[in-house]
Write a protein that binds this ligand. Structure first.
Ligand code: BES
Ligand code: MN
Ligand code: ZN
Length: 511
């Protein structure tokens, strides 16, 4: 699973054989090496560009197979691949990451085993490292449930066996790029892959029991792991969370992952995730169409688990705590009924109007517990919480709700930096008209707010379980699963949020 090509960073030195990747800019300006090869060999590159009407548009690719090379005499190349940079050069690290993704797609499709990439126009090590990062991210595969016979037959690129073993990235900044890649980007990639794997797993394999086991195994990375079981959750009075799992044959859990990379006295950053391993809707059962997607309703928790792995792998110099509620929402004789009233850990009572609005019931207790137990500096939760957020924002942005402008601004900035974008949505104060929509006739609140503004009333509900802590809720229903494909992500489960929050931590707490 997920064997990716070795990425090497080297000084520029054109090899004599194999596959060579060169960059061209708008109006087909060749890099130095390309120009030299072209001039010495009867303008074979210029001719190919003309014949193919190649425009060097960003991430476009022109492949010249087995060119006749007479100078240098010993050279014999399988392929010369030109990659367009578009206008002059690609300007952001995201551009370079995407270039890497597009290049990897080509190498994989052509079953190329190794390639040497000459980066002559770029000297920023961060950009060069991100080229390698993009190449690696693109190679993610989830084919563990395809038998080998099926794999051989499959014409889909996603499942076809590929042989890419090695990519050498040559540049003047090889040492710095390698350092960045190894210490900072590789840990992110591992966290993203871990999150994608968890989201892609079906509900029959990754139920709460198995999920809890996999989290326990992460102690080998140096994370402090604690898993609370049903019995302990009862003692902790987390009846809101527990009410969601009542209809399941499996246990419900709250898993806590601690990373201690700074002084004991430093307040931790807390990240909380919704881990509904399958959401049938419960007694308020969902329609059959597309219900299979609800195996991804643990996407928020997967981001938390991936992020904690990333922090541990790169030995981040901060304290962080990841908390995930693991439950399965099933209809059953024991299941919670619409109209049932539960008492949350906070003491507030909740009338469960709709058992399909279960994520907020899980998060209510997880948030309260985290805040009480860890007194975090900031608290961020991620959840595939509402269909309504997709109605509002589509699949381009996650929805951001926050009680703190500074935190919201930091997250918006990290979204721009990583390409995992968030759009801030309105959140009313306690007692505001938005907040009042979840008042209940029979209890302190109800778990749905009526027809309009469904993503907002969900956020208002969560806010009732947050005190003074600066807090943000990120609704990732549109971006965590069945997400838009991109040069660096072809997976159903995207791993959204690992990069975003890792960047937020790096930029704001480690510099
Ligand atoms: N897990 C769903 C939200 C969801 C829907 C995520 C589609 C990803 C894709 C959530 O538990 C849910 O069912 N929400 C309901 C809330 C409603 C009953 C108030 C919804 O959005 O319809
Ligand atoms: Mn639901
Ligand atoms: Zn759900």
């Amino acid at each position: 699973m997920n064997k990716t090509a070795k990425i090497n960073f080297e000084k520029i030195s054109l090899p004599n054989s194999g596959t060579i990747v060169l960059f061209t800019t708008k109006s087909n300006k060749l890099s130095d090496t390309a120009k030299e090869l072209d001039t010495n060999n009867n303008k074979f590159i210029t001719k190919a560009i003309k014949a193919a009407d190649f425009k060097s548009a960003k991430s476009s690719i022109l492949e010249i197979i087995s060119p006749t090379i007479t100078e240098p005499k010993t050279a014999k190349y399988d392929r010369i691949i030109l990659v367009g940079l578009g206008e002059n050069k690609a300007h952001t690290k995201l551009d370079w990451r995407n270039l890497g993704g597009s290049l990897a797609a080509h190498l994989l499709a052509k079953n190329i085993e190794s390639a040497t990439v000459l980066v002559e126009t770029e000297t920023d090590p961060e950009f060069i490292a991100n080229l390698g990062h993009g190449i690696t991210l693109r190679q993610y595969k989830f084919d563990k449930y395809k038998t080998s016979a099926q794999k051989d037959q499959s014409k889909e690129e996603e499942t076809k066996e590929t042989n890419l073993q090695k990519v050498a990235i040559q540049s003047e900044e090889a040492t710095a790029a390698k350092k960045l890649f190894t210490n900072s980007l590789s840990p992110v990639q591992h966290g993203v892959f871990a999150a994608r794997d968890l989201v892609n797993e079906p509900g029959n394999i990754l139920g709460p029991n198995e999920y809890a086991k996999r989290i326990k195994a992460l102690s080998s990375l140096g994370l402090g792991i604690k898993v609370l079981t049903d019995k302990e959750l009862k003692t902790e009075k987390m009846n809101s969370l527990l009410s969601v799992g009542e209809g399941s044959r499996q246990g419900s859990y709250l898993a806590i992952m601690e990373w201690k990379g700074a002084a004991k006295t430093e307040q931790p950053l807390a990240i909380i995730g919704k881990g509904v391993t399958f959401d049938t809707g419960g007694i308020s059962i969902k329609g059959a169409g597309g219900m299979e997607d609800m195996k991804g309703d643990m996407g928020g928790s997967a981001t938390v688990v991936g992020l904690m792995q990333t922090l541990a792998k790169r030995k981040a110099k901060i304290n962080a705590v990841g908390v995930v509620g693991l439950v399965e929402n099933m209809p059953d004789g024991q299941a919670t009924r619409p109209g049932d009233i539960v008492t949350s850990k906070s003491g507030q009572t909740i009338e469960v109007i709709n058992t399909d609005a279960e994520g907020r019931l899980v998060l209510a207790d997880a948030l309260w517990y985290t805040q009480e137990k860890f007194n975090p500096k900031y608290m961020i939760n991620l959840a595939t919480l509402t269909g309504a957020i997709m109605v509002a924002l589509g699949k381009e942005y996650a929805g951001l709700f926050s009680n703190n402008d500074e935190l919201a601004e930091m997250l918006v900035a990290s979204g721009k930096d990583t390409g995992e974008q968030v759009w801030r949505m309105p959140l009313g104060e306690l007692g505001s008209s938005y907040d009042k929509l979840i008042n209940s006739t029979f209890a302190d609140m109800k778990n749905t707010g009526g027809r309009w503004g469904g993503a907002i009333t969900a956020a208002q509900f969560l806010q009732r379980f947050v005190n003074e802590t600066p807090w943000a809720h990120i609704d990732i229903a549109g971006v965590a699963m069945a997400s838009n494909k991109s040069p660096i992500n072809q997976s159903w489960g995207s791993g959204y949020g690992v990069d975003l929050l890792n960047n937020w931590i790096e930029e704001n707490f480690e510099k």
